[in-house]
Design a protein around this ligand. Sequence first.
Ligand SMILES: NC(=O)c1ccc[n+]([C@@H]2O[C@H](COP(=O)([O-])OP(=O)(O)OC[C@H]3O[C@@H](n4cnc5c(N)ncnc54)[C@H](OP(=O)(O)O)[C@@H]3O)[C@@H](O)[C@H]2O)c1
Length: 304
Amino acid sequence: MVIRKSTVSSPRIALGAMRIAGMTQEQADRYLSTALECGLNYFDHADIYGGGQSERIFGETVKRLGIAREKLVIQSKCGIVPGKMYDLSKEHILESADGILERLQTDYLDLLLLHRPDALMEPEEVAEAFDILEETGKVRAFGVSNMDPGQIELLKKYVEQPIVVNQMQFSLTNASMVTEGINVNIEGHDRGLVRDGGILNYCRRNDITIQAWSPLQFGMFAGTFLGHPDFPELNGEIDLLAEKYGLTPEGIAVAWILRHPADMQVVVGTTNPERIQNMARAQKVKISREDWYRLYMAAGNQLP
Ligand SMILES: NC(=O)c1ccc[n+]([C@@H]2O[C@H](COP(=O)([O-])OP(=O)(O)OC[C@H]3O[C@@H](n4cnc5c(N)ncnc54)[C@H](OP(=O)(O)O)[C@@H]3O)[C@@H](O)[C@H]2O)c1
């Protein structure tokens, strides 16, 4: 059970739908069928992906292929009003959830996540919205994204439902969640700086599943580090280990995240059926401790 504290049963890899908005019917059919053939039935959406088009395409594809709703785990996120503000008010959460359900053509979401912290969030209002969504059967479980322990604790003071997921950026090249722990109390550089309030240990202590978003990207959507000329050492190491473990480079990048004992779920954003298959295979591979550290250092990280 990857999502602890919930009844949701899920694979260790979730498919992120952020990039599917431009798909043709044929591409969408292949995307969804390939995922399900690989046992990947967990899908991550957000109301803003493709301006709503990602959810729309997904809902239409599920209908067209005649896939039973209970075969899928569908999660979406709300709270971002692009370019304008973050909005975790009760009204916005409720309105957003209704829009999501309509676009996805479903009666319920398995999970709804608060997409980003809203500086003006009133946790009492979030609690009211969650109660309504739960009582009306529209949402079965709740989570957050990009939140630190203090923000989650503040929510928990009012919200009755368990927070079961926190979606965070984590990859070989965006590894500050582990780097801060490796460099505790070391002076002379900022690698020991805690930017997230110690979220990794907090989530582990509280059985909140970390979902790692953008597992193959460097920076903030700057591109994939796989095959990128700025990361020769990392790619060299990835290629060697791909050979050793019988995976492709993207499989190794995913296996590196899965190897962490926090039991994270990886949210992969590929739209390519072959890459879906390659990454699904990583679920069965446990890379060694030594190889985990080799990759970490090849990505430019240092051990004190
Ligand atoms: N909570 C949040 O704030 C947040 C933020 C961002 C994303 N997310 C979630 O995380 C999911 C994943 O994010 P992401 O799409 O940025 O993740 P990603 O899996 O790191 O990146 C996917 C992108 O990399 C490309 N790619 C993968 N392997 C490649 C290779 N070997 N060579 C060249 N290109 C390659 C893919 O192209 P192809 O499609 O051609 O494979 C796709 O464009 C999103 O869909 C969304 O659900 C959440």
